[in-house]
Design a protein around this ligand. Structure first.
Ligand SMILES: CSCCC(=O)C(=O)COP(=O)(O)O
Ligand SMILES: [Zn+2]
Length: 207
């Protein structure tokens, strides 16, 4: 059991290191989670308020299906743990990642009133398993409620499959996948699309 937990910890630490190398954790933002057990549900989540670029023995804590610590600890789970509990209680996902980037904030603001943003005609959407030439990928955009249970409830409405993504307006993105590899792939593909779109709009302004 401990070996399994250690391996989950190491896998999440590796994802955290890679996202930190991309500079996706400004100003203590972001939180990450990985499922550790199914029956009962437990998952590792980042401790709240830390600089996620730093690597310490106190980066993650184990929480239960309510997002409460499952072991004795002084650490506080991420303030946004309830969003991760929505993912694991509604799907068979194994990993969920939340980051704040300038590009995901801009896209969320540009398309907030519509409530979603759709991408089509881009090779990288094959990363979402969409191989048709005319395939499109849609990311829902939800309001950034300060009340986390309200935010989690709104978020949960869009958590229907084992892999997916939701933008929170002027806040960030949460993605999830069947495992850490898939969640990271989704996140990288989303951020690629956002960055491309923001740059394309800038280029068009100078034409
Ligand atoms: C300065 S970031 C504000 C909180 C937030 O949105 C976030 O992602 C980090 O919160 P946590 O409690 O997970 O550290
Ligand atoms: Zn956040």
């Amino acid at each position: 059991m401990r070996t399994q937990l250690d391996s989950c910890w190491r896998e999440l630490a590796e994802v955290k290191r890679e996202l930190a190398q991309r500079d996706w954790f400004p100003a203590t933002s972001g939180n990450l989670a990985i499922k550790a057990g199914s029956n009962p549900l437990t998952f590792y989540v980042t401790a709240s308020g830390k600089d996620k670029r730093k690597e310490t023995a106190e980066d993650f804590l184990l929480v239960d299906q309510h997002g409460q610590p499952a072991e004795e600890t002084d650490l506080r789970p991420s303030a946004e743990t309830l969003l991760h509990t929505e993912v694991y209680s509604r799907t068979e996902a194994g990993c969920s990642l939340h980051v704040h980037t300038i590009d995901n904030n801009i896209i969320s603001e540009l398309y907030a009133e519509r409530g979603y943003v759709t991408f089509t005609g881009q090779e990288i959407i094959k990363a979402f398993g969409l191989w048709d030439e005319d395939a499109s990928f849609t990311v829902p955009i939800i309001p950034n409620y300060a009340d986390i249970p309200a935010l989690a409830k709104e978020f949960g409405k869009h958590v229907r499959e084992d892999a997916g993504a939701v933008l929170i307006r002027n806040h960030g993105i949460t993605v999830w996948g069947r495992d850490a590899f898939e969640a990271k792939k989704y996140l990288e593909a989303c951020e690629f699309l956002f960055s491309y779109h923001v740059k394309l709009l800038q280029c068009r302004n100078f034409q």
